[in-house]
Design a binder for this molecule. Structure first.
Ligand SMILES: O=C(O)CCC(=O)C(=O)O
Length: 318
């Protein structure tokens, strides 16, 4: 049984060949008891100190409602506490045992649900990883700071990538977005309407939503557990406590670490094309999302195609 030095914030959990096989095949693994209480106390504090922004979505009735509070700018990249986690020998060993590619810690994000929040609908890593090339590999480590699961809601559900994945879809999305960005204004509005008829803002179609719902897996988590999943894994939030008697002060907070392949490159083109599409969708009175976010733009110093590892926002971990 491996022992963990008491100074470490990360438990020395075993990575079995089965766990490695599950990640390679499905793109997802739950890591049980990986973070120690000291790491969780630090993440609670970190998440409480960064400025939030509400993420809105259009309801069926055409109104707007809050679905989530999110902190999208880099949260914690330069904080020594994050380095204490991701550069601990235990964390490095666990990730190296699971993921063959060398990775960089690129971004930290905070997701907060209050009672009644639905969170995000089905999506995969298009927007979250818009800053790298569409086919570059990336992973998220989702760390809930509260107990969540099918009983309370507030967790995340996913579909294993060997059942359905976003790996090929991203190529189609990038192709359509590039076509849209190059189109004359009269042509662009027709293209946007065609795309909107095909799928939602998170690029999920109606048939797909049904498949994803049927195949969804929603694990239970206690503080210290985390979900590691690749960019191609479809996932969604599970609604948090919709009982009107629930205390409105209750919060479900999760911190997500975004890791990218150390060879990933900046994609100014994809950022431009994706945001151009979102703008056109909004102008057409379609569903809006994405929230009102401010703060410094990460990776501002990088040119299109430049290695992300050159950015001082990244923390090289492996
Ligand atoms: O925290 C949530 O409910 C959603 C998180 C998420 O979608 C992500 O980390 O990619």
């Amino acid at each position: 049984m491996p022992t963990t030095p008491s100074s470490s914030w990360v438990n020395d959990i075993a990575v079995t060949p089965e766990l490695r096989e599950v990640l390679a095949r499905t793109g997802v693994v739950k890591l049980e008891g990986v973070l120690r209480p000291e790491a969780l106390a630090f993440l609670h504090e970190l998440c409480a100190t960064e400025g939030p922004a509400e993420v809105m979505a259009t309801t069926r009735e055409g109104g707007e409602r809050k679905v989530m509070t999110s902190r999208a700018a880099n949260v914690g990249n330069k904080h020594p506490g994050i380095a204490q986690i991701v550069r601990s020998p235990q964390f490095l060993r666990i990730i190296a045992d699971l993921v063959p590619e060398p990775l960089l810690f690129a971004k930290g994000m905070v997701f907060e649900l209050t009672p009644g929040d639905t969170g995000y609908q089905w999506h995969f890593g298009v927007k979250a990883f818009q800053f790298i090339q569409p086919t570059d590999l990336a992973y998220s480590l989702w760390i809930p700071l509260h107990e969540v699961g099918p009983r309370t809601g507030g967790g995340v559900a996913y579909v294993p990538a060997d059942i359905w994945s976003g790996r090929e879809r991203i190529k189609l999305v990038a192709h359509q977005l590039a076509k849209l960005a190059a189109a004359a204004p009269s042509e662009a509005s027709k293209l946007v309407d065609a795309m909107a008829a095909e799928y939602s803002l998170s690029f999920v179609s109606a048939y797909e939503r049904e498949l994803l719902h049927t195949a969804r897996i929603e694990p239970s988590f206690v503080p210290g557990d985390a979900l590691l999943f690749s960019r191609w894994v479809w996932h969604c939030s599970s609604s948090f406590l919709s009982n009107p008697a629930d205390d409105p002060q209750l919060r479900r907070v999760a911190y997500t670490m975004r890791f990218v392949d150390a060879r990933a490159r900046m994609s100014r083109t994809f950022i431009h094309d994706l945001n151009f599409y979102y703008e056109l969708r909004k102008q057409g009175g379609q569903t809006s999302s994405g929230g009102r976010r401010g703060g410094p733009r990460p990776f501002a110093e990088l040119a299109d195609g430049e290695l992300l590892s050159r950015s001082s926002d990244c923390l090289p971990v492996f």
